[in-house]
Design a protein around this ligand. Sequence first.
Ligand code: PGA
Length: 252
Amino acid sequence: MRKKIVAGNWKMNKNFEDGLKLATEVVNIAAAEVTNDVSIVLCTPFIHLAAVSKIAEGSPKVSTGAQNIYTKESGAYTGEISIDMVKSVGTKYVIIGHSERREYFNETNAQLAEKLNLILKNGLTPIFCCGETLAQREKGIHIDFVKAQLSESLFHLSDEDFAKVVVAYEPIWAIGTGVTATSAQAQDMHAELRKYLASKYGKVGENTSILYGGSAKPSNAKELFACPDIDGGLIGGASLVARDFIDISKAF
Ligand code: PGA
């Protein structure tokens, strides 16, 4: 069965105090209201992860995720954060390959493959982001572009490891712009990607959870999540307001 996931990507928002307040609200409202089988993930800035993981401890619904890790396990890499560090505070998920990291920090598919290996080796769940620019979509090369992102970073994995990967399709033109992909655009791409993953990994590929991200909000989440190949969301802006984030989590 494909796992349903709604992950909040806080990005570089919320100071420590405000972050803890938001996490507490999410955990409390989720306990009172979320009755479906969705897993809720709070992908906080690194500095919040230990405290938010404590807040989420014992919650059957809510766990935490990092927004990145470094490609090396430890050592003289000033300013970087390792997989062991995020694991040691109880974090369960790691986002990798977000388009903002690809664009502003020049992350390549090959580097992401290294990060992915570390995440899997340590028993955490990677949320692997992919997605095209508007120019690529207008040229009609968006499907091939996203497929290459998947094959170059993921297709070295064994079936057993691939089964642990979550994919997030996030069209770059929809991130933080208020322009959501229509549910038909999102469904079409998710179906293409699922077919592609199945061509490599068979049943394991078919069963991959594929999340949609890009201006998802309470008002469009129901329609998006009703699509047969959309298994949840990666939520930026709307994850910063507990009420909105929970309403999205209830939209299945
Ligand atoms: P958004 O961001 O929901 O604010 O568009 C999504 C993301 O970048 O993960």
